[in-house]
Design a protein around this ligand. Sequence first.
Ligand SMILES: Cc1cc2nc3c(=O)[nH]c(=O)nc-3n(C[C@H](O)[C@H](O)[C@H](O)COP(=O)(O)OP(=O)(O)OC[C@H]3O[C@@H](n4cnc5c(N)ncnc54)[C@H](O)[C@@H]3O)c2cc1C
Length: 377
Amino acid sequence: MSRLPILERWAGGERIARWHRDVGATLLVAVLAHASLILVGYADLEDNPVLTEAGVLLRDYEDMVSAFAAAGILVLVGLTSVRAIRTALPYELWHALHLSSYAVLLLGFAHQFSNGAQLFRPGPVRTFWIAMYVVVLAALLWGRVVAPLAFNLRHRLRVADVVAESPDTISIYLTGDRLERLEMLGGQFFRWRFLARGCWWQAHPFSVSAAANGRWLRLTVKVVGRHTADLRDLEAGTRVWAEGPSGTFTAAHRTRERALLIAGGSGITPIRAMLEELPPGAALIYRARTPGDVLLHRELDWLAEARDTAIWYVVGSRDDPGPRQVMSPDGLRRLVPDLARRDVYLCGPPGLVEQSLRVLREAGVPRRQIHLATFEL
Ligand SMILES: Cc1cc2nc3c(=O)[nH]c(=O)nc-3n(C[C@H](O)[C@H](O)[C@H](O)COP(=O)(O)OP(=O)(O)OC[C@H]3O[C@@H](n4cnc5c(N)ncnc54)[C@H](O)[C@@H]3O)c2cc1C
């Protein structure tokens, strides 16, 4: 999670977040097993009850208080990452708790050397282990401090204008220096920190809905909570701190020549930016609950014509007969007969993404040709 640009480019922020979750869960189980096996083993050797042995470990062994604290923090981070608990917490609280994992690195460090049989004496194993710590620290420093600092000093992004796209959606136009040299692909996202009152202390991910064109770039944001509501009041000239670009949801990551894009609601934002980079012949299905939920309508029609792209606006709730028919294996094949030979890009609410994924697999699209973005990290 160092956000090292080379890693983000290679695997993409979403996939790295998935690996992070899986490795994190494994680490938690391994650390708990390590602590309990040591405790039970030592208690047995010394013929002590387990609780007495825990006291002995804390009192008589070096650096064990901080190691226990590290394990405690790890358990807390693990518990608050369980989906049901995570969604019940405010995002900022969850994020602050999650950041405390860095304290785990620090607090758990010393006991490995004062008590670990393999690391106690100098030698190749100890040198290798310390080198791994140095690599992690260097990656963090580079990905989280040096690279963003260089990017923001180079481009000095600021708000140029905020435009209403619908009653609950805005577009934020950004301008800055040397935009012609801003390297990014349509479909990627940044973590944006708007340096205005009430906003500066949090960074939120938003895809770019129009990639940098030398003069400006644009985000399109649906108002869903406190922060996105505050963005409506941004003033021209507000400085913006950006971290990125991230993500492999781009035309460059496709495996086939042609693509089918399926967007739901505000999921159109990365797809709109990708449309400019896909070869002619792409197809877009845009799902929206009501006609008012269709964003960037005129611009999409214009792009469709300019880039020989077919667009279908499928409006209505998922139980209405029209959308139900279109979003079925036969319905999709009728619209796009060469479906199985295309890459498919899906972006929208989790429900739409899951349902479409099922239907696409039933329609014979290989999993490696399906690219997902759910707006969840
Ligand atoms: C990769 C990615 C790209 C996105 N692109 C767009 C886009 O182009 N347009 C758009 O309208 N929305 C996009 N989103 C969603 C957007 O980030 C959230 O809607 C926004 O952060 C909500 O903030 P809030 O305080 O207004 O709402 P809240 O009610 O506080 O949050 C609503 C939900 O948004 C998520 N969230 C909140 N804060 C953060 C944060 N700091 N970082 C990550 N997730 C958070 C949480 O899951 C939370 O449950 C994207 C999300 C991701 C992960």
